[in-house]
Design a binder for this molecule. Structure first.
Ligand code: NAD
Ligand code: DAU
Length: 356
């Protein structure tokens, strides 16, 4: 029988890619609960407008009545929680929404998921899953060597990562205390189609296309591990279907890069695909004041997921980044409409002394 999954935050970057995969490729029945903050964009899901396996509900994961009614009405086989405030720089400028959505919103979902779970027949209970999508940033920052594993102690450094860490702990507690069948994934930096252009890769693509200065924080040597978004989505599906209840799985691409290497790669691909005589986009790189509390290095050990659940990424950084640039070139209308609103590429999260 077709499964029904309640997905939260599905109008965002990763949730949007996940829903497209699930509805178009897997024919799953998806209910998308999304508040449509600045980061939510229904254009991403326009091709599902008349699809009978897809339902959109605008609303807040923190809304008590709405979440209760939605779960009661749709009787989901799984709840997949993507909904969050996701941008570190914004969490420096204005942490409040991060606390409200990431912590209290997740708490509200857990409460209603548990009430619902308790009401299920044994058969449905055995199959029900609550998957919480989290981040490698909860582990803090690494030195030159080492990798985050699932047992690395939490050490979050930004209001964003602290709020995600808090939600991870609540998810864990709901399993340990009440027996809710939860799973948590902690993933590294995603990139790919439909990413809001406040994040490094789409921001640089957009600015480099227009020959604007390319802002690189600090010395550009901070390291991130990069994973193509569709690989993250397939990892989440794998964990829902095969993960051991109560466990945590790290997800990563094994593609560590310094930020400056990422920016140079984007400049070179754009110079090749959209050349302008006498101009080299690497010349646009501009080193700017560092992000306050900027984590130096993230690197992830995803061997548990690879060995125990037989998942591996399909894209390398080189193949994924090329596909991503091509997607932004082919879908300029999507980015132009996104940049029409409150965000137009300005610097965020610069001033730790402002009043918050
Ligand atoms: P995003 O900012 O692109 O999208 C977030 C979505 O959540 C938006 O559609 C927004 O409207 C919605 N939302 C926000 N507050 C809400 C609320 N109160 N109720 C309902 N919907 C709400 O985020 P993303 O990059 O797609 O990240 C999705 C999840 O994955 C987040 O939980 C994030 O922490 C996690 N994550 C992201 C990355 C990454 O590199 N982007 C990596 C690892 C984990
Ligand atoms: O590691 C997973 C996390 O990756 C997710 O949990 C977050 O939701 C997601 O936003 C991302 O966080 P980062 O802070 O790593 O992503 P961001 O794209 O903001 O920045 C990537 C790196 O690039 C970081 O070291 C800061 C730097 N940077 C960023 C911007 C926007 C710049 O140098 N210049 C920029 O203009």
């Amino acid at each position: 029988m077709t499964q029904t999954w309640l997905v939260t935050g599905g109008a965002g970057f990763i949730g949007g890619n996940f829903i497209l995969q699930q509805v178009l490729d897997k024919k799953r029945n998806i209910i998308n609960l999304d508040k449509l903050t600045y980061a939510g964009n229904l254009d991403t899901l326009a091709q599902l407008d008349n699809n009978e396996n897809y339902t959109f509900v605008q609303g807040d994961i923190g809304d008590n009545d709405l979440v209760a009614k939605l779960i009661e009405k749709h009787q989901p086989d799984a709840i997949v929680n993507f909904a969050a405030e996701s941008h570190v720089d914004r969490s420096i400028d204005a942490p409040d929404d991060f606390i409200t959505t990431n912590i209290l919103g997740t708490f509200n979902l857990l409460k209603h998921a548990l009430n619902y779970y308790k009401s299920l027949t044994n058969d449905k209970k055995n199959n029900f899953r609550f998957l919480h999508v989290s981040t490698d940033e909860v582990y803090g920052s690494l030195g030159d060597t080492g990798l985050f594993t699932e047992t690395t102690p939490y050490s979050p450094n930004s209001p964003y990562s602290a709020s995600k860490a808090s939600s991870d702990h609540l998810v864990r507690a709901y399993h340990h205390t009440y027996g809710l069948p939860v799973l948590t994934t902690n993933c590294s930096n995603n990139y790919g189609p439909f990413q809001f252009p406040e994040k490094l890769i789409p921001l640089i693509i957009t600015k480099a296309l227009n020959f604007e200065p390319l802002p690189v924080y600090g010395d550009g040597k901070n390291v991130r591990d990069w994973l193509y978004v569709e690989d993250h989505c397939s990892a989440i599906e794998t964990v829902i279907n095969k993960g051991k209840v109560g466990e945590v799985y790290n997800v990563g691409g094994n593609e560590e890069k310094q930020n400056i290497q990422v920016v140079h790669a984007l400049c070179d691909i754009l110079d090749e695909l959209r050349p302008v005589a006498g101009k080299c986009r690497r010349d646009l790189v501009t080193y700017v004041t560092d992000r306050p509390g900027h984590d130096q290095r993230y690197a992830i050990d995803s061997s548990k997921l690879q060995n125990q659940l037989d998942w591996s990424p399909s894209e390398s950084f080189n193949s994924g980044i090329r596909k991503t640039v091509q997607w932004y070139l082919d879908n300029k209308k999507w980015s132009d409409r996104v940049l029409d609103g409150s965000y137009a590429g300005q610097r965020l999260g610069q001033d730790r002394d402002r009043e918050v």
